[in-house]
Structure formats: C-alpha cells, structure tokens
Design a protein around this ligand. Structure first.
Ligand SMILES: Nc1ncnc2c1ncn2[C@@H]1O[C@H](COP(=O)(O)OP(=O)(O)O)[C@@H](O)[C@H]1O
Ligand SMILES: O=C(OP(=O)(O)O)[C@H](O)COP(=O)(O)O
Length: 650
C-alpha cells in the first residue's frame, strides 16, 4: 500500500463546493513582535489554494501553529491570515474561533472564490487526540477534504487524518510533489545514490539509517551522532555528544553497511572545542582520539574533503541533519561545505529536515537543489519508510483497489497470539504495494492489533458492533469505542451472526448508520443458502439484503462502504463458488446499487467475494471484472497463505 497512488485535487470536481484544506502554516515568528520570520510554508500552499479557487471552490483552511495548551492568543493564526492575504492579493476571512459559532457561521456563509482561515486547530485538545466527534464536526463544514500539510503528515490528528473518515479525501499539490520527489528518490534513484545524515542523535535517525542502508551506495554520517560511531569503532571522543546505549547499535549498523556493500563514510578529523560555546577555543583533532577535555563540534578539513568528494559524483543525494553545531558560526564550516557540494553536484538533491533546510537557505543554495522538504519530522519518517497517517488516510486513485480482508472469526483472540500472527504476516507481505490488507480480529485483540500495525499500511477491522453508543446491551460493543480506538473497518451482517445471533437486515441497517456516524467503514456481508440457490432465489435474497441494509443510507456514505458477497454454502465448507458464479452475483450487486443510487457510485463500490478463498483460487476470483478482493476466513489465519492472497491483485 505504501506505493499506492493517492487521489489529488486534479481527480475531483470542486466547482461550487466547500473544500476543507489542511495546510501547514506552522511558521516561525519573532518572539517579541510576533512577526512571521519565514513564510516559506505559507508560500508552499499557494499552488493548491490558487488551483482550487480557479476551479470554483470556496476554501476553508485549517492549520496548527506551535503547540498551544488550549486557546492562547500568542498562537493565533491572525498574522498568517494577513500574510496570506498579501500573497494572494485577496482578503482572507479570519474566524475568531476554531469550530465555534463564528467559524461555523462564516463557513456557512462562504461563497465560491472566498477563503476562510479557521483559528488555530490546536486550540482544541481534541485535535491532537484525533477525537472522532471533533473530526466529524470539522468535516461538517465542507464537502471535500484536501490535505496539503506535508509538514504535519506524520501526525495522526483530527485535521490531518480523522477528518478523512467523513469526507472524500485527496492530496494537495504540495503533498503530491513531496511524495513524488522523495518517493522517486527512494524507489528508483539515479546512481550513485548518496545519503548524508547528521544532526544530534543516533536515536533520532536510527530508522532512517536502517532504511537508507538498504537503498544507498554511500552513506555519510556527520554531526553529533558521528561520535557514537567513533566509540563503536574503538575511538575515544572526550566530552563529545555520545549515546552510550547506542554504541552496540552503531556496531550493528557498521556491520550491516559492510554486509550490504554500502560505502559508509565517517569523520576522520574533527573540529573540537573546549566547551559547547560559540567562542570556545578549538582545534582540529583525530576523531578517533579526541582529548578528554574537548568535544567534537564540527567535521574537520580532511573530512570535509572526503565528504565533498563523495557528493561530487553523486546522481541522487538525500540530506537530513547538519554536520556540526551550525548555529555557532565557527562550527558551521562543515555544514556549509557539504551544502555547497550538494548544490554544485548537479544531482537530484533532496533536503529533508528543519536544520538542514535552514542551512541550504541561509547559504543561498535553495534554487540549486531539487527539493527542500517543508517537513522535518515528516520527511524523516518518510525516509524511514514509515506510513504517514496524513497520506494513508487519503483516497486511493483507484477506488476499487483490491482488498484482502481477513476475518479471523473466533480465533487468535489472545493479544499475544494476534501480535504473533500479524508479525508473521508483515514479514510475508514485505514490499506488497498493490492491495489493501485489512485484518478482522476479535474484540479482545483489537488494541494489540492496532498497536502492532501502527506506522504500517495494514488496517484493522472489528467483526461486529452494536448500533447504540452505549446502554443495557450486555456483551455488546459500541461503535464509538471502536472509532476512538482507531479501528477503521467493521464487518457487519456476517452470515454466522445472522444465523446464530439474530442479526437481521434491520439491525444491519442500523449498524451501518451508526458506523458512519463514527467515521467507521462498514464491510456489509450478504449471501444465500444452498437451498435458496437451488431454488433460483439467489438474486431475490441478495437484492433484498442490499436494499434493506442501505435503507436511508445517503449516497455520500457509499464512498466508505465495502460489500462482501459470501455464499453461505461456501463458508467454511471448502467449497468455493466458481469464478463465474461469484462474478455473476457481484455484478448483480453492483447493478442493484446503481438502481438504488447511481451508476457512478456503483462503479466505484468495492465488492469482495468470500467463501473458502485460498491461495490457489484468489487470483482467479480477483481477476473477475466485478470482484475487488476477498473476505478471507480460514486462510487468513495462515500468514503465508494470506500473503499470497493479498498479492493476487489483478
Ligand atoms: N557535533 C555536534 N555536537 C552536538 N550537537 C550537534 C553536533 N552536530 C550537530 N548538532 C546539533 O544537531 C541539531 C540538529 O539536528 P536535527 O534536529 O536532527 O537536524 P534536522 O532538523 O535537520 O533534522 C542542531 O541543533 C545541532 O546543533
Ligand atoms: O514544524 C513541524 O514539524 P518539523 O519541525 O518536524 O518540521 C510541523 O508543523 C509539525 O509540528 P509538530 O511537531 O508540533 O506536530
């Protein structure tokens, strides 16, 4: 899924619509005057803003600024609204609150071509909690959601992720560009591919190092973390920045680089000072033998030569983290030299990171590098190969991406068992990018499963829920609880629940509505018995189930619905419907939805087949025109088999 293409603003029609745009206007301000000292992030959002306005939208912008503890005028976005108005040459309406009466009134009155900026979204603590009710309230202002806040894409907050559970969600041009440039560099780099990592601590960058070692030809390590590596190689580093507890890890990285044939360059000489101060006395010393009363604060001249030599011939360069304490002019020499070498290399050069980007800009090299990321933490996590929540939440370009949904039923409900099975599956799935993997685990394992898949593309489903939020329903589980836990899907109306637990079309219908109220994505099950099939009653039965389940469900909710056709006679029997049988019924379901709503909605609906799906028959089934994946029972309990099924995408 990591490489799955996401929809962007070119894929949607916004004419006459209200568009909620999450931008990252978290800009530095002068502590005394409040003046914006760097408007780079505001300018970076202009292409998306201008394009949406030109396409006839009314824009509601939302962003955070800093880390306020509740409402705090020092963190108001009003100065940003002023600067944005200047840059656009158009008044930006500023809401007095985030989601209060003023914001809602102004959003309701907004006309095409106008722009409203909500007050700092972090004034409400429910933002960072990714509270589903808060996300629903935010979504209620608009018809469509655009996320263009790359700098915050690593945050799973209400405005950067949760809101996408309630609205069609696409990326803005900035996120699209960041993903394309950095994704290209990582997936298909021109070589030699050189990565330069600096900054203070190994612990901050260990994920990046481990991910990049798999991809680069040369890895350069400078900055404060170089001294942990020096000790790992038997050196002594005086008072330098050192993470004792990471020395063993550094040794493993050195071994991994050697095993991979990656050229790993570490500082050979160091500009060391007596104290951590801008004016401390300093001298060049051997990095492996720094005097006890000194600390390394920059890379030395010989190291600069070696690092720049390695960069000179590079065709792709990724750089995150300064080479020294570049805040002190005296110890900025290494960072400046590397910045110049990167700028002069002519390579595809990507600068990810707040301080590295600042160095490039301060030195006037911004227009000589390919891309300066607007996100420090976000680009770091992207370079680590992590899934960014602000991207994962967006709609796939293909609304019918193959879904491999495992239904564990009453199995592996002990958290540790679930963790083990998921771990095995992740190992088998490495690199799979063409299907969406969803695991329907028992309630007792949901929390552990959610923890285990955090930062990956695997999604978690519950196998049922009640339609009430709370009450005298012994043994039941509220949809609100599932939403607040971070569950994404809920399997509803499975034949076993209909057969053994008195599930009816009416309760399924109530549960679909309750799930949508909480931003959950229903997987609606339907299917006929053998007797019904033999009596030519299949279409009558399923047509009734679909119609009853969707009674009163608005068309907009179909965007979040998946239907699973599971012939009861094939469930757990080892008897699978033929490809033709499955296709015939799935096509019928699609036509029924077209009659209830519209052909477009029906054609975008994902329809799965379930009933003894296994590694041998998945490809044939998923290759059918109207089958978009499988709801997999028994085979989903075997990691290797389920991985084969997930990779059977057409
Ligand atoms: N040799 C060093 N000793 C101590 N700190 C260092 C050293 N080299 C770099 N640093 C510190 O690393 C910090 C930047 O690291 P980091 O935040 O990881 O960079 P980025 O924001 O580019 O990701 C700077 O504050 C810098 O002072
Ligand atoms: O400035 C940001 O991150 P960055 O400093 O990692 O670039 C983003 O706006 C995210 O802000 P946050 O780290 O308060 O969530």
């Amino acid at each position: 899924m990591a490489g799955m293409q996401k929809k962007n603003i070119a894929d949607i029609c916004v004419k006459g619509k209200k568009v909620l745009v999450r931008v990252d206007f978290n800009v530095p301000q002068d502590k005394k005057t409040g003046e914006i000292t760097d408007d780079k992030r505001i300018k970076a959002a202009l292409p998306t803003i201008k394009t949406l306005l030109a396409n006839g939208a009314a824009l509601i912008l939302t962003s955070h600024l800093g880390r306020p503890k509740g409402v705090d005028p020092k963190f108001s976005l009003a100065p940003v609204a002023e600067r944005l108005s200047e840059l656009l040459g158009q008044k930006v309406i500023m809401a007095k609150d985030t989601l209060g009466e003023d914001a809602k009134a102004k959003a309701a009155d907004l006309k095409a071509g106008q722009i409203l900026l909500l007050e700092n979204i972090r004034f409400d603590p429910k933002e960072k909690k990714n509270d589903p009710a808060f996300a629903r309230e935010l979504a209620s202002l608009a018809d469509v959601y655009v996320n263009d806040a790359f700098g915050s894409a690593h945050r799973a907050h209400a405005s950067t992720a949760g809101v996408a559970n309630y609205l069609p969600a696409v990326s803005g041009l900035l996120i699209q560009k960041e993903l394309e440039v950095m994704g290209q560099a990582l997936q298909n780099p021109k070589r030699p591919f050189v990565a330069i990592l600096g900054g203070a601590k190994v612990s901050d960058k260990i994920g990046v190092i481990q991910n990049l070692i798999q991809k680069v030809d040369t890895l350069i390590i400078g900055g404060g973390m170089a001294y942990t590596f020096a000790v790992a190689r038997g050196g002594k580093v005086g008072k330098s920045l050192l993470e004792e507890d990471k020395v063993e890890l550094a040794k493993e990285i050195l071994q991994a680089a050697e095993a991979k044939g990656v050229k790993l360059l570490l500082p050979v000489d160091t500009m060391a000072g007596h104290d951590f101060a801008a004016d401390t006395e300093s001298e060049v010393v051997d990095t492996m033998n720094i005097p006890d009363d000194m600390e390394g604060l920059d890379i030395g001249p010989e190291t600069i030569k070696q690092f720049c030599e390695a960069v000179k011939d590079a065709k792709t360069v990724v750089w995150n983290g300064p080479m020294g304490v570049f805040e002190f002019a005296k110890f900025a020499v290494g960072t400046q030299a590397v910045a110049k070498a990167v700028a002069d290399s002519g390579a595809v050069s990507i600068i990810g990171g707040g301080d590295s980007a600042a160095a490039i800009e301060q030195l006037g090299f911004a227009d000589k590098v390919t891309h300066i990321s607007t996100g420090g933490g976000a680009s770091l996590e992207f370079l680590e190969g992590k899934t960014l929540p602000g991207v994962a939440c967006l709609d796939d370009k293909n609304p019918r991406t193959i879904m491999a949904a495992g239904n564990w039923k009453m199995n592996q409900g002990v958290p540790k068992q679930a963790e083990k099975l998921i771990g095995d599956l992740q190992a088998e799935l490495k690199g799979e990018e063409n299907s969406e993997v969803v695991l329907g685990v028992p309630f007792t394992a949901l929390a552990k499963a959610l923890d285990t898949v955090a930062g990956t593309d695997i999604r978690i489903a519950a196998q049922n829920c009640h339609f009430a939020d709370k009450g005298a329903y012994t043994g039941e589980v509220s949809p609100e609880w599932l939403a607040r836990m971070g569950v994404k899907y809920v399997i509803l109306g499975h034949s076993e629940r209909r057969e053994y637990f008195a599930e009816t079309d009416e309760t399924v219908n109530q549960k679909i509505k309750a799930c949508r109220h909480w931003g959950l994505r229903p997987i609606l099950c339907c299917g006929e018995t053998l007797a019904e099939r033999e009596a030519q009653q299949t279409f009558t039965k399923i047509g009734h189930q679909i119609k009853a389940a969707l009674a009163g469900v608005p068309e907009s909710d179909l965007h979040f619905l998946t239907v699973a056709y599971e012939p009861i006679w094939a469930i757990g029997t080892g008897k699978t419907a033929t490809d033709a049988q499955a296709e015939e019924v799935c096509a019928f379901i699609r036509d029924e939805v077209a009659k209830l709503y519209s052909r477009e909605t029906a054609d975008n609906l994902r329809i799965l087949y379930g009933g003894s799906v296994n590694a041998a028959n998945a490809a044939g089934l998923f290759g059918q025109k109207d089958i978009d994946g499988g709801l997999v029972g028994g085979a989903s309990l075997k990691a290797a088999d389920f991985a084969v099924i997930a990779k059977s995408a057409k």
